[in-house]
Design a protein around this ligand. Structure first.
Ligand code: ATP
Ligand code: LTN
Length: 340
């Protein structure tokens, strides 16, 4: 079909929901690894808008955010010529396979999902069926493309395990149909914590903006958020700081941004005041995010380029997904179109 699809590289796939503001946790836990691994794999990177509507979204915001998130994938360094970048709802096979997989997912399994429990608590006025069966849609996202590896943060491990169980169940009921994917959870930065509620993970749709670093925060906001980040009363960095909530999180962010081991960061700052370290962390963040934001502004200034990347991505994705879908329908006994 086209050059990218002739490529026989293994498949790397991941997605982010267009809710809130893309945050440092999303970059460190997920996007950074997409960029680093994209040369050895065919990358499939989605903006998962169908997942995002499990929580109420304002239509105009959702539309803007889908484009903005795709532009941030590109600004982070995902190469659209060698990878497939698209918006989930542009590929109808996601909904089709999700329905089928819903019929191979048990209520007992869905009841155990911690993301469902957390989100039901946060949105107790809208505990809808989509929020509940969300893992079947996520399994469809992954299994449609015969994915080998799924780079995600630690919070997604449970969904990945369920995806593997569903794939094995389907394969054992019929015959091998889906590749059983492996998760890739980074050793460093798999769970960046909130800046104020230091025992909660950093979340891009947190109501309190001071809890997360948005990838689009201007330098003065970045500096202010780091300065105000909650730490313990110790004041000085020691060997124990890495295991302390608050300061430990900030040290690990510094490590990831500067490609250092956390212990190297501790040796560098040992004996120094938290405030001095926070200043250097803010400098690192600004140095990393300023060029990112310049690239983002350029991409957002050229909507026709962005739309063409997403259209091309969706076309490639539909082609790949249609192959798996016809296999699935044949195996479960659906009559092929045109032969009824
Ligand atoms: P929301 O608050 O809108 O539910 P979120 O911040 O949890 O969103 P998701 O869209 O659910 O983000 O996740 C996108 C990717 O970012 C996933 O791979 C997820 O594991 C990763 N991720 C999310 N939060 C963190 C975090 N704090 N640390 C590391 N990785 C994270
Ligand atoms: N469920 C994930 C987002 C997501 C995803 C995917 C991640 C949807 N489909 C496929 C990896 C692969 C989340 O809430 N972070």
């Amino acid at each position: 079909m086209n050059e990218v699809l002739k490529d026989k590289k293994p498949i790397l796939l991941s997605g982010i929901q267009p809710s809130g503001h893309l945050a440092l946790g999303n970059y460190v836990g997920a996007m950074r690894n997409w960029v680093q691994m994209q040369h050895d794999y065919l990358g499939i990177f989605m903006v998962v808008d169908m997942h995002a509507i499990t929580v109420r979204q304002k239509p105009a915001d959702l539309r803007n955010r889908c484009l903005s998130f795709a532009a941030q994938y590109l600004a982070a360094g995902v190469n659209p010529d060698d990878n497939v970048i698209f918006i989930q709802s542009h590929v109808p096979q996601h909904a089709e396979l999700a329905w089928v997989l819903n019929c191979y997912t048990y209520l007992g399994e869905l009841n155990r999902m911690t993301q469902f429990k957390d989100k039901s608590k946060r949105h107790d006025d809208n505990i809808n069926a989509g929020l509940y069966s969300y893992p079947a849609l996520m399994a469809a996202d992954i299994l449609l493309y015969q994915t080998d590896l799924v780079p995600v943060g630690a919070d997604q491990k449970q969904h990945l395990e369920l995806t593997r169980d569903i794939a094995n169940r389907f394969n054992n009921t019929y015959s091998p149909t889906f590749k059983v994917p492996e998760p890739f959870i980074p050793k460093a930065g798999a769970r960046i914590m909130s800046l104020q509620d230091i025992d909660k993970k950093m979340s891009k749709s947190d109501k309190n903006e001071n809890n997360y670093i948005s990838l689009l925060d201007p330098p003065d906001v970045l500096r202010r958020k780091i300065k105000r980040a909650v730490t313990d009363s110790a004041r000085e960095i020691t060997a124990e700081s890495l295991t302390q909530p608050g300061i430990g999180n900030l040290l690990s962010i510094f490590a990831v941004l500067n490609e250092l081991q956390p212990t190297e960061v501790v040796s560098r700052f040992e004996g120094q005041q938290y405030s001095g370290f926070k200043g250097e962390l803010a400098d690192s963040l600004v140095a990393f995010l300023e060029p990112f934001q310049d690239r983002y502004d350029k991409i957002m200034g050229d909507k026709s380029y962005l739309t063409s990347v997403l259209d091309e991505g969706a076309k490639r994705a539909r082609y790949m997904a249609s192959k798996t879908m016809s296999k699935v329908y044949r195996k479960i006994g659906f009559v092929p179109v045109g032969r009824s």
